[in-house]
Design a protein around this ligand. Structure first.
Ligand code: DAH
Length: 361
């Protein structure tokens, strides 16, 4: 039998001089592996007498432990050396220019772009911007707008009701339109009013032309002698500016909304004959807004004397206008977060959000 001290020296020497993980692993297998030297020596023990077995066995076990420990210590050392080498090699030079594919930039969503355009146009016409909450009370969303509980228009709104009430015990909904901001804003101040209110609206509806969340811009003008003629001029001016065309023909069609009297729907003249829908000329009509003269009941909800004041209101579907202006066929693609879509239809954020950034030539 080999002298275990000599063996120990020999193996420890080998372990010490191993310079990488591979050679260390070879040593481990040659000594401690199933067919390794130490394992074979262990097997030979069975031929010895009990006394010798005890003595040599404990020596061998000792040797095995020493070698196992020295191998794992060496392993750790080599790992550290290798790590340090890698760290030295993999230094990052922060002054290098960014690789093109890492420099992907975002784009402005068409909805944000069109919101900016619309607010810019109304801003230039002297409108203020007002906002209201997305979670609205039944009162503002319906009752204050002359849509009482039993009113059939409530069903048409496919409302999302929230399970909880507010601290006054009022039922809460996700607002189905931006019209509640009319009353909220009028309650806070005194006429005259002239504002728009952009925002998100929600209805339990989903198909190619409806998404559960969509965007509207509400408009309201209330003064002593505001009339339908003002509304018509405002809408014409707005649509001309928005579609960036010199002439526009609009049609005010009688309609019904509980919060306006008379109520009308606004159509613009368009051409559907080509592959792209063109607004401003042609022989078809396209519905683009709801509007009307503010119903006296709505003024009353906001404590405004309807004998002294009157006004008009309108509601624009922002997503629809974005689809029309920029030729985007499916409304649902607006909200499914596909970056390729955004890359195609989005706008560069380096441009200041103005109309001039709008139509691409
Ligand atoms: N709130 C209406 C809707 O979502 C749109 C609307 C119609 C708003 C007429 C108005 C209006 O201000 O006068 O269907």
């Amino acid at each position: 039998m080999i002298d275990s001290e000599i063996l120990e020296k020999e193996i420890l020497n080998a372990v010490n001089s191993a310079s990488d993980q591979d050679s260390l692993e070879k040593i481990r297998i040659a000594e401690l592996g199933k067919k390794g030297r130490i394992s074979l020596l262990m097997k030979e023990l069975s031929n010895l007498s009990n006394e010798e077995k005890k003595e040599k066995g404990s020596k061998l076990n000792n040797l095995k432990n020493i070698i196992t420990n020295s191998i794992s210590e060496k392993k750790e050392k080599i790992e550290n050396i290798e790590l340090n080498k890698r760290l030295l090699k993999e230094k990052v030079d922060v002054t290098l220019p960014v690789k093109a594919q890492q420099a992907k930039t975002g784009k402005i969503h068409p909805v944000s772009q069109v919101m900016d355009e619309i607010t810019e146009i109304f801003g230039s016409l002297g409108y203020q911007i007002e906002e209201g909450p997305d979670i609205e009370t039944e009162h503002y969303n319906f009752n204050a707008l002359n849509i009482p509980e039993s009113h059939p228009a409530r069903q048409m709104h496919d409302t999302f009701y929230l399970p909880d009430t507010n601290d006054k015990g009022e039922k809460l909904v996700l607002r189905t339109h931006t019209s509640p901001v009319q009353v909220r804003t009028m309650e806070k101040g005194e006429p005259p009013f002239k504002f728009i209110s952009p925002g998100r609206t929600y209805r339990c509806d989903s198909d190619q032309t409806h998404t559960p969340m969509f965007h509207q811009i509400e408009g309201l003008v209330v003064d002593k002698d505001t009339h339908l003629g003002h509304l018509k001029w405002t809408l014409e001016t707005f649509f001309k500016s928005f579609f960036e065309i010199n002439t526009i023909e609009i049609k005010l069609r009688p309609s019904y909304f509980p919060f306006t009297e008379p109520s009308l729907e606004v159509d613009v003249l368009c051409d559907r004959s080509g592959s792209v829908l063109k607004v401003g000329h042609g022989s078809d009509w396209l519905e683009v807004a709801g509007a009307g003269m503010v119903h006296p009941e709505v003024l009353k909800s906001a404590n405004i004397d309807s004998n002294k004041f009157q006004g008009f209101a309108f509601g624009l579907g922002v997503d629809r206008l974005a689809q029309l202006k920029y030729g985007i066929p499916d409304l649902r693609t607006f909200f499914n977060g596909d970056v390729r879509w955004l890359n195609h239809y989005g706008f560069s954020f380096l441009d200041i959000p103005t109309l001039s950034r709008g139509l691409r030539k």
